[in-house]
Design a protein around this ligand. Sequence first.
Ligand code: CDP
Ligand code: CDP
Length: 212
Amino acid sequence: MIIAIDGPAASGKGTLAKRLAAHYGLPHLDTGLLYRAVAKRLLDAGLPLDARDHAVAAATTLDVATLDEDALRGRPMGEAASIVAAFPDVRAALLAQQRSFAAQPAGAVLDGRDIGTVICPDAPVKLFVTASAEERARRRTLELVGRGEPADEAAILADIRRRDARDSGRATAPLLPAPDAVILDTTGLTIEEAFQAALQLVESRIAAYNSL
Ligand code: CDP
Ligand code: CDP
């Protein structure tokens, strides 16, 4: 069973992906980490984010199994990731690793921007998780405040809007619900409510798929 989850920044897709993976006992891949890792390699080497050939080389040699989530978290890296993610060659270089993760015997949960459209177009379960930009900025702000870090909600909102525009506007694999994705708007939902709604959608998709 492959569960494909896509959506914009701070929509809650990662939280849902983790909970669904735990519920069904499936491995989970946060594919945003791959793009973040490519961006980090460029930054660590003192290279600009538009150094395409270096970005492709970094993507080609990336190992999903050794990603350091803590080092890749955070706003600046998300922004940097969206810049390297716009290069079609970088996306192509990361495709095989994501597909092979999805092809594990029991199945997998993957979350990102193009899981339902490009990585796993045949996934029986596709969720497109969304929330208003204001709600997403509020969530990111609360996250930072919770960690005792400085948070400027207006700047975070501007950041989210810019990243939405870049991710939705790019020519290759733009952020877009697959035609057969179920849209889940989590604005105003608690994490538990969003999880219950997602669970229902997944269960109904599984039932529909099994009856084919
Ligand atoms: O993975 P993505 O960037 O889409 O979002 P996330 O990291 O799962 O969620 C962003 C933040 O919103 C986290 O701090 C979640 O705890 C919070 N959240 C929430 O408050 N209500 C929800 N329904 C979902 C997430
Ligand atoms: O957690 P959040 O949604 O803030 O970011 P992320 O999922 O870690 O993704 C960071 C950036 O990587 C996104 O803004 C996208 O540009 C890119 N990305 C992508 O293009 N395709 C994916 N499957 C996952 C992420």
